[in-house]
Structures are given as structure tokens and as C-alpha cells.
Design a protein around this ligand. Sequence first.
Ligand code: PBG
Length: 349
Amino acid sequence: RLSRFNNLFNYFWFTVIKMNLNNISMYPIQRNRRLRSNESIRSLIRENVLTPNDFIVPLFVVEGKNLRESIPSMPGYSRMSLDLLAGEVKSLWQLGLKAVLVFVKVPDHLKDNKGKEALNKDGLMQRSVKTIKDAVPEMVVMTDVALDPYSSFGHDGIVEEGKVVNDPTVEVLSQMGLSHAQAGADVLAPSDMMDGRVLKIRTALESNNFKDTLIMSYSAKYASSFYGPFRDALDSAPGFGDKKTYQMDPANRSDAVVEALRDIEEGADIVMVKPGIAYLDILREIKNAVNTPVAAYQVSGEYAMLKAAAEKGWLNHDEVMLEQLLAFKRAGANLIATYHAKEASVLIS
Ligand code: PBG
């Protein structure tokens, strides 16, 4: 009897050693739940934690006085006039938020095909940048570089014979970027998806001695229907056709990596993926392929979806919001542009 026990005993340890040699772990030697058994242990081994440092706050600015206009398809979010901007940015800073991404709503009478108003050194964007920098000099000011808010066609580039033309657009974008840098922007964020725009902007910056201005390029920006509420907010929906000749095909993966690597060669410091949650595979793919920081943009439609579901009582708003933001970090985002930045910061600090 003893020898049978010994045999069993030996067999057991033999199996354990063999499993370890083969690097196979097996129940009951390994129980995955041990690492989840209480919150202290879970917190010790947690791989990702959200902080306000992760977030970029998109801001919509309009002309006017004392305006805080709500955007129906983005509940809780509003466009604000320049005079309210300083106060807003101070309160963001107090929450620990360190970056804003500025978009402007351009009055119709200033829109044209070539985006002339985009280069106005006293334009709304340029004044917004100065206002923010005056209010909180340490705040990182990022600016949207694209023609759509300025375009009478609602396209991100100049239109000729019904087509968005690349090279003339890139010329304007580089001047636009330079003008934002002159106004005091820290980071230029070209969101247009024209070819060669990062190189042109970088060249314009270098030749004008803006050596420290960063470029955060929307490298993998897809032709997405998740942008709907944003286009309501800025009144920037394309007047004809769609954006599929410049924004990427949602069916594709490999050209996203090509885009990111090319933008880095052209002088981008940070590459971005957009939209967010539906494109986390792309985010991880790019993260694995590059050594620069990677940003993700959780876009207006994603924000709207959660707000709508929460309004109906179908989802726990705060929990789902934080889970989604965490998913961006886990997927590899170093920065997350999100309309939830403020409410998330309140919850996590
Ligand atoms: C335009 C731009 C868009 C967004 C950011 N910059 C819309 C578009 O490409 O049509 C979308 C942001 C969002 O949906 O939150 N260059």
C-alpha cells in the first residue's frame, strides 16, 4: 500500500516538474483566480490606471459674447464664446487636465473654397490660442489643422472640378499650421488626411524657427459615420459627396501602419488613431509598429451613444465611460482625446 501511495506521489511531482519544464501551467497548481482574490491584490498587479494626464479636452469655440450653446447630439457638451474660454481652461487645469484641442465654428460668410480665413492672424482660432495661453500658460494648446470648418464645401481640402485636390491644400495647411504656431500653439494636429501635409507643416515650422512646436498627426483617420455629432457642432458636414477619397476605408488595416510610419518620417511627434473604440485593433497595431507616443480619439458619435444609452437607463454611464477610457490605455494609447475628459477626471482624482 505504501508503495502504491509512493508511486502516486511520485507521479504527481513528476507531472508538476514536467509541466513546468514545458512551461504549461495546470489546475490546481495554477489557479488564475488567485490574482483576483481581493482588491488589494488586484490593485498591486493592475497594468493600467487612468489619470487626468492621459486626456486631451476638445473645445468648440464660437464668435459672440457670453455664449454656451448646447449641442443637441452631444448632451452635456457645448460650444462657448471666447470670453468664457479663459474661465473654462482654468477649471480644466484645476482638475489636472493639461491639454486642450481647439476647434472653431466659423461663421458662414467667412467660408470659402480656399480657407482664406484659416490664415487670418486675428481669426477665431488664433485668438482662442492666445486667450488660453494667457489664462493658463502651462496648458498644452493643440489646434485642429484642416479646412473643413472654413470650407464652403465642408471638405478638408480645396475643391476643383468636384474633387478635393491634394497639393494646393497642403500648401494652405502648412500656412495655417504656421499661423497657429505664431499665435502660440504648442501642438498642431492636422486632421485632414492629405498626403505630405506633415512634411510641409514641419518644413514651414523649421524655416520659421518654430523648432519646439509638436505635430500630432491624425495618421489613421477613417471615413467614419461616428463623426456625425461633431459635424453638427461645427456645422461642417460635407456639402457634396463624402470624405472617402482622403479618409481611410474602415475595411483596412495595413495602410494604417503605412500612414503612421510615413507621418513619423515626415516629422510627426505623435500619431493618432480615429475613431476610438471600434478601432482599438488599429491602435494596438500602430503602437507595436512605432516608438513615438500614440494618441486615440474617442469621437463625438461614441460620446453620443453612451449618453443616449445612459439617458434611457440602459447602461451605467460612469462605469462604462471609465471602462472605455481604460480600454484605450490597454490598447496602447498614451493620450486620449475625449469629450469625457472633464467628467472622467472628476471621478478618478
Ligand atoms: C475635421 C475633423 C472631424 C473630426 C475632427 N476633425 C470630422 C470630419 O473629419 O468630418 C471628428 C471629431 C469627432 O467626431 O469627435 N477635420
